[in-house]
Design a protein around this ligand. Structure first.
Ligand SMILES: [Mg+2]
Ligand SMILES: [Zn+2]
Length: 198
């Protein structure tokens, strides 16, 4: 059965924003994230991470570091009873140093590539998709992929509100953090008559 899906940004939304995150030591998950993802799991809503990691293209850290961090993220979540249904990342940048990843790809947010791939690979109900993130590019991604959107105030969130206004981009919800945004998703699904398994 196809399921509602929340696409979740990584840096600044799941873990503390710290510039280009390359080492496991500066990968710190916000404490409310576990409950947020457990809630999604319990309600059979897919939780899928979508993250730009241009640090790979720029030569700041190798691809391997991204995988190591994601393994750590999976492990920490698992230890707290929470699980992700997918992780997608874009290692590209159009004017980056590393040739292999120097491309104007279709997956760097706000472009839709990661969500398109997820729709091919996972049982996603495309009528009920959401994007949660701390940046304008997350909200634009949602708009581009016909998802409802939520901006969080962690990470770059507070500074991004102004940019949204300036670019005249509307978000469906603004909340303190991922947990509040997940409550918005649940409320919204209920309002739209989606039969959640509460
Ligand atoms: Mg972010
Ligand atoms: Zn890409």
């Amino acid at each position: 059965m196809k399921r509602p899906t929340v696409f979740i940004d990584r840096d600044g939304t799941i873990n503390v924003e710290a510039g280009y995150i390359n080492y496991e030591d500066n990968f710190i998950i916000y404490p409310f994230v576990y409950q947020a993802i457990r809630l999604l799991n319990k309600l059979d809503i897919l939780a899928v991470v979508v993250t730009n990691q241009a640090g790979v293209a720029k030569g700041y850290f190798p691809l391997e570091n991204v995988y190591n961090l994601h393994n750590k993220m999976i492990r920490l979540l698992e230890n707290n009873g929470a699980k992700l249904d997918g992780i997608y990342f874009c290692p590209h940048h159009k004017d980056a140093k590393i040739k292999e990843y120097r491309q104007d790809c279709d997956c760097r947010k706000p472009k839709p590539g990661m969500i398109k791939r997820a729709i091919e690979e996972l049982p996603i109900d495309t009528d009920f998709m959401y994007v949660i993130g701390d940046k304008v590019s997350d909200i634009e991604l949602g708009v581009n992929c016909k998802c409802k959107t939520a901006l969080v105030m962690t990470g770059y969130g507070k500074a991004e509100i102004e940019k949204l206004k300036r670019k005249n981009i509307k978000t469906d919800f603004i909340g303190e953090n991922l947990l509040e945004a997940v409550y918005f998703v649940i409320d919204d699904l209920k309002k739209r008559g989606y039969p959640l398994s509460l």
